[in-house]
Write a protein that binds this ligand. Structure first.
Ligand code: GTP
Ligand code: MG
Length: 190
């Protein structure tokens, strides 16, 4: 795939507005601030195609990126405690609405901050993907912030913390060092 050809396609604030699923989709989901937009930029090899912010809640719409015959989907981050209830409901509607449609989802990348145990929202998302038999892998983000001992400990912990954790593919990633990016690209190519 030629990632240099990736272009921003469209942003959606309501799930009813989503355009049809007319091509294979690769989905990036996870908590707010976990590093979805940063990792997408790294995969695309573009500095700021997806907007990144240290303030959680940066991506408040579903953003479609188009690369030839396929699409990348940047979902708004969930579980950000400080947003108003109405805004939160809108995010839940967006994420639930996206997955509720019959779409050509090839794989979901569930991003989880490698430093911390998965949140209850992360576990709910993983269980949903397992229940609906949607293929997914867990990308453990911000791996650059852990030393070797911490990494080994967290990897072992994640295998226990997720249900069926032993069977889930988990890839340490970093948008700082580029770790894991090739592995993600390989999964996409497959
Ligand atoms: P929302 O759009 O709010 O859902 O957030 P997001 O998941 O898209 O996160 P984003 O990519 O905007 O990154 C959030 C913050 O984490 C930014 O300050 C990034 O610079 C930082 N960050 C993202 N990935 C990494 C990483 O791999 N390593 C380090 N050290 N920081 C990272
Ligand atoms: Mg984002």
């Amino acid at each position: 795939m030629n990632y240099h050809l990736v272009v921003f396609e469209k942003a959606f604030g309501l799930s009813q507005q989503l355009s049809d699923s007319d091509c294979p989709e690769f989905v990036f989901t996870g908590r707010s601030n976990v590093g979805k937009s940063s990792l997408l930029n790294k995969i695309f090899n573009r500095r700021s195609l997806a907007r990144v912010s240290s303030m959680p809640g940066k991506t408040a719409t579903i953003n479609f990126y188009r690369a030839g015959e396929v699409r990348f989907v940047d979902l708004p981050g969930y579980g950000f405690a400080k947003v108003a209830k109405g805004e939160r409901r809108r995010w839940d509607e967006l994420i639930g609405g996206y997955f509720g449609q019959s779409r050509d989802i090839r794989i979901v990348f569930l991003l989880v901050d490698m430093r911390h145990p998965p949140s209850s929202d992360d576990l709910t998302m993983a269980d949903y993907l397992i229940d609906t038999e949607t293929p997914f892998v867990v990308l453990l983000t911000k791996a650059d912030k852990l030393n070797k001992t911490q990494r080994t400990a967290r990897l072992a912990a994640f295998a226990q913390e997720f249900s069926c954790g032993e069977e889930i593919t988990m890839i340490p990633c970093s948008s700082e060092t580029g770790e894991g990016v090739d592995a993600v690209r390989e999964i996409i190519e497959d």
